[in-house]
Design a binder for this molecule. Structure first.
Ligand SMILES: [Ca+2]
Ligand SMILES: [Ca+2]
Ligand SMILES: [Ca+2]
Length: 407
């Protein structure tokens, strides 16, 4: 076959690399979805001087908007994000799902979520009847005036919340409603990254006129609010307990080079005309593997994997000499941890002493074994990997490689 022009070969290399990277990125992201219920929710009932402070800590409803009597109601709700999602995760999307169970009318009203800026509480107050008037606040209840009744006040009555709208929904007739936006996801991300800033959202209805109130069901109800979070956990792959390059040496047996060894971890045996090698990766527990890729200096190496329990066998072909090929086992999972496992595979044929270059030392070593049977002790000098005994072929192959070294 006529050699390809250099420019075409380079182009091919880039195209193949791009394909490998595309495959790599496609399987790398493993998103998960989790549904969580609030850690607390409550209602701020507008304070009336002739009345006591009111709240509804353990009631089954929370309120937004303005009552027929022109009294404002605001909901507050929080979720324990850090307890539900691994630290370091990326939040892809967030949706708050709430059931609106009662309203004076079906007129659509905008109900917005705004990040609360200070902490607040949920006591044991439990409003009677339809809960629209609340109940006398108990210790640590949030009220119109209090973050925590009766010891801590909001600096602004009706709650301290961000002026930035996180998400809104148009709420008309009774039924299920969703709030979702990029800002809502950003809020959840911020709360995951800095749990101490997580005070949840204030739920602000239309307060423009009387009779806009909407009643939603709380975490204490049979239709609790749900925060649906789609996230990508940080890569945390299981660690291999053993990585070897395995080769049969004819009738002498199969011998492994320990690729995790502190020194002498270079594959020094020929891969034959096909550049064939086999890397065996063992984990402590059974794993699943989404795929395997290999990047090599000539861009022509290929890899296939076979998984058997905790052992992953990677068969490589087209591996050129004098390089460190990078093998990536994609999305290895043991059920607890998951992520990509990258294995450097150093190939330098003839480097029998494994120091990264082929020199007189290697030639001396293989000559020293000449005529000896291939065993576990000297198999590295059987660089032709054909077993039997060390022969002139092995010496010749090391000599021919003299002067090569790993980059
Ligand atoms: Ca509650
Ligand atoms: Ca050497
Ligand atoms: Ca040999």
């Amino acid at each position: 076959m006529k050699a390809l022009p250099e420019s075409l070969r380079q182009l091919l290399y880039v195209v193949i690399l791009a394909a490998v990277f595309a495959a790599f990125s496609a399987t790398r992201t493993t998103a998960a979805t989790i549904n969580i219920n609030p850690s607390k929710d409550n209602t701020l009932y507008q304070f009336v001087a002739s009345d006591v402070d009111r709240s509804n800590g353990i009631g089954t409803h929370l309120f937004t908007g303005t009552t027929e009597d022109s009294l404002i109601r605001r909901g507050v709700i929080a979720f324990d994000i850090a307890a539900a999602i691994p630290a370091g995760s990326t939040i892809n999307s967030a949706t708050l799902h709430m059931n609106m169970s009662r309203a004076n009318n079906t007129t659509a009203r905008t109900v917005g979520l705004y990040k609360l800026l200070t902490d607040w509480g949920e006591g044991t107050s439990d409003a009677p009847e339809q809960e629209g008037r609340g109940a006398p606040a108990t210790t640590n209840d949030a009220t119109w005036r209090h973050r925590f009744f009766s010891s801590s006040l909001w600096t602004t009555q009706g709650g301290n919340f961000s002026t930035t709208l996180s998400a809104s929904a148009s709420v008309g007739a009774t039924g299920l409603y969703n709030w979702s936006s990029a800002q809502l996801a950003a809020d959840v991300q911020a709360w995951l990254d800095t749990p101490a800033s997580n005070f949840g959202w204030l739920i602000l209805g239309s307060e423009s006129t009387a009779g806009t109130a909407k009643r939603f069901d709380t975490r204490e109800s049979v239709n609790p609010p749900v925060l649906i979070i789609d996230y990508t956990a940080p890569s945390n792959p299981p660690q291999p307990v053993s990585v070897v390059s395995r080769k049969p040496h004819g009738s002498s047996g199969t011998f492994d080079i320990d690729l995790l060894a502190a020194t002498v971890r270079t594959e020094c045996r020929t891969g034959g005309a096909g550049g064939n090698y086999q890397v065996v990766v063992s984990f402590a527990n059974p794993v699943t593997v989404a795929g395997v890729s290999v990047t090599s200096s000539n861009g022509m190496a290929t890899a296939t994997q076979t998984v058997s329990g905790s052992v992953v066998t990677v068969d490589l072909a087209g591996v050129a000499n004098v390089q460190t090929a990078m093998i990536t086992l994609m999305n290895v999972s043991n059920g607890t941890n998951s992520g990509d496992v990258v294995i450097p595979f150093r190939v330098l044929i003839g480097d029998t002493n494994g120091n990264g270059s082929v020199t007189a030392s290697d030639i001396g070593q293989v000559k020293g074994q000449s005529g000896q049977a291939v065993t576990i002790a000297n198999f590295r000098t059987d660089v032709t990997a054909n077993g039997g005994s060390i022969t002139a072929s092995d010496i010749g192959l090391v000599k021919s490689a003299s002067g090569t070294q790993l980059p």
